[in-house]
Design a protein around this ligand. Structure first.
Ligand SMILES: *Cc1c(COP(=O)(O)O)cnc(C)c1O
Length: 435
């Protein structure tokens, strides 16, 4: 399990705003060589873009094309025998991800499985873990949440005959504020915990980049006997976690954001070992969750026997081609390690913020929490002065950044492939005088 790096607040660094300094930071960056392991899209003139949307779709690791070509070749030559071929047999293909994936999220290998996609896994986890009763029937989530999560949660309430108006508790930032106060979250759980069946928050909020205090929320919610699950779409591969030690009940994440698994790549799921081995837990079952010992007995055995770990929640045999890129990507995570990535992420994001905040706050306001304990790689910038025109100017200079109308620009300086010099160029372009 990866160690958690808690960046110390006292170590606020002094930066300089000249270009040479940005170059110096890159030269002394211990992770600088990892950039070469990725394909960086190019501008029309052939220069690489500044890719700041790794929180939306991560870049392609080099080597993926060859690995996919190999699987296609195996399919061509071996067909059904590919399930039991010598290298990366398809039958047990998903098993190779357990350990590296567990290291990224701080879990035991038996607690982690790659399957389906994120929203599907949220549904599957709610089938097992949302058990409303007369007295305890609410789901607590944060606002604004990614729409898919809201749709999934509301649909679970409705299919259990519950009205989201009574059963959905959405905790949002206070009027005039951008992020959720820890105290508000805690007092909601304190006061309403007895009626809350499930606390289902994101680890890092997609819009503000706020990183919630997951261990604290988990222990508080569990002291009220709520079940605790997290959507780690923006947290996995971004911030170090210790899901097992924190006693989180379940978690789901996609692998195409910080984990560079490619568009629509297979999603991850964590089920704490205290539940994963409990084969009596209700679930939507399929043959791939069945104990492999009896999986192929087909007509001889029509009673579902759950595999007593996270694998027991699988339904179908998994899509090999949408898992292959992750072999390359997770190997890179193992080489770089989460603590080292976190250290660079904290510093590079602080540097970018520092550059932007040298401008008057009447123009730019970073709404992501300042304290690195409460953010990952993402900065969400409220642009008060010509937001749209500035986004167009960014695009025109080959900077790929996300624009949320009316005026939020979200950027993710990703420690695996972004540089300090890019942060410097981004800030210069964003903050230029507009005519
Ligand atoms: C990216 C993201 C999703 C996307 O869901 P898919 O099922 O992978 O399409 C859902 N929820 C959150 C919080 C996200 O950030």
């Amino acid at each position: 399990m990866s160690a958690i790096v808690t960046p110390s607040k006292s170590r606020a660094e002094e930066f300089r705003d000249d270009e040479a300094y940005a170059r110096e930071l890159d030269v002394s960056d211990p992770l600088r060589s990892f950039r070469e392991r990725f394909h960086i899209p190019g501008r029309d003139d052939g220069e690489p873009v500044i890719y700041y949307t790794g929180n939306s779709l991560g870049l392609q690791p080099r080597g993926v094309q060859e690995m996919l070509a190999q699987e296609l070749e195996d399919w061509k030559r071996l067909a059904v025998d590919g399930h039991f071929k010598d290298t990366r047999p398809w039958y047990s293909y998903h098993e190779q991800f357990r350990e590296p994936m567990a290291r990224v999220v701080g879990a035991k290998p038996s607690e982690v499985v790659l399957m389906n996609s994120l929203t599907v896994n949220l549904h599957l986890m709610m089938v097992t873990f949302f058990k409303p009763t007369q007295a305890r029937f609410k789901i607590l989530m944060e606002g604004p949440a990614f729409p898919s999560d809201t749709y999934a949660i509301e649909s679970h309430l409705k299919t259990r005959g519950l009205d989201p108006k009574d059963a959905l508790l959405v905790l949002s930032p206070r009027e005039g504020e951008h992020t959720i106060r820890a105290a508000d979250l805690e007092s909601t759980i304190e006061q309403q915990g007895e009626s809350i069946a499930l606390v289902l928050l994101s680890g890092v909020n997609y819009y503000t980049g706020q990183f919630f205090d997951l261990p604290r929320i988990t222990s508080l919610a569990k002291s009220k006997e709520c079940v605790v699950g997290f959507d780690l779409a923006h947290a996995a591969g971004n911030v170090p976690m210790a899901l097992h030690d924190w006693d989180v009940d379940f978690a789901c994440w996609c692998t195409y954001k910080y984990l560079n698994g490619g568009p629509g790549s297979i999603a991850g799921c964590f089920i704490h070992e205290q539940h994963a081995g409990n084969t009596d837990l209700p679930r939507y079952a399929g043959w791939w969750g069945n104990d492999p010992e009896s999986r192929f007995r087909m007509h001889l055995n029509d009673t579902f026997i759950a595999k007593p770990d996270a694998d027991g929640w699988q339904i179908s045999n998994p899509p090999i081609f949408s898992m292959t890129p992750l072999v390359a990507s997770l190997a890179i995570f193992d080489e770089a390690t989460m603590p080292a990535l976190r250290e660079k992420s904290v510093r590079m994001t602080a540097y970018l913020r520092w550059l932007i905040e040298r401008q008057p706050s009447s123009k730019f306001e970073c709404i992501t929490p300042q304290d690195p304990e409460f953010r990952g790689s993402q900065l969400s910038i409220l642009v008060h002065d010509e937001p749209q025109a500035r986004h167009v100017a960014l695009q025109a200079s080959g900077i790929v950044a996300d624009f949320r109308p009316p005026n939020v620009i979200r950027v993710a300086p990703v420690p695996l492939y972004n540089t300090y010099h890019e942060a410097w160029r981004f800030a210069k372009t964003l903050c230029q005088e507009m005519s």
